[in-house]
Design a protein around this ligand. Sequence first.
Ligand SMILES: [Zn+2]
Length: 145
Amino acid sequence: MNRHSLNIDYIQSPKDHLDRTDALLVVKATEAAQNAYAPYSQFKVGAAVLLDNGHILTGSNQENASFPAGICAERSVIAYTHANYPTSKISAVAITASPCGICRQVLLESEKRAGSPIRVLLINENEVHIFKSVKDLIPFGFDSF
Ligand SMILES: [Zn+2]
């Protein structure tokens, strides 16, 4: 038997200390949350993706009376990104909440497709937690062995 431990290295930054690109991603994700359709949970989430070509795309959660048919902000923007920019790589994503397990798995797959780490910015009211890779959020994701 071997004992192991995981350490997750991340940056906790006040919003007003971010560099220009991260600050813009935070603004875009926050603005995108206003487009959420969340009549059931009242929990509006926005996500913004930065592509390697410099484009920023956004998404928001879109709920449905048939709950499983709803989709989280992260998956709405990830699907749009891959459908419309199939050759672009995602280099960063900013989210106005902490992603659910399904979204972490989807982000992990996007990171695998990109072939390089996707920086993840998790936004709360006054600060941002910045992770260097999706793997930091789902270290034992499906297909990671
Ligand atoms: Zn989710």
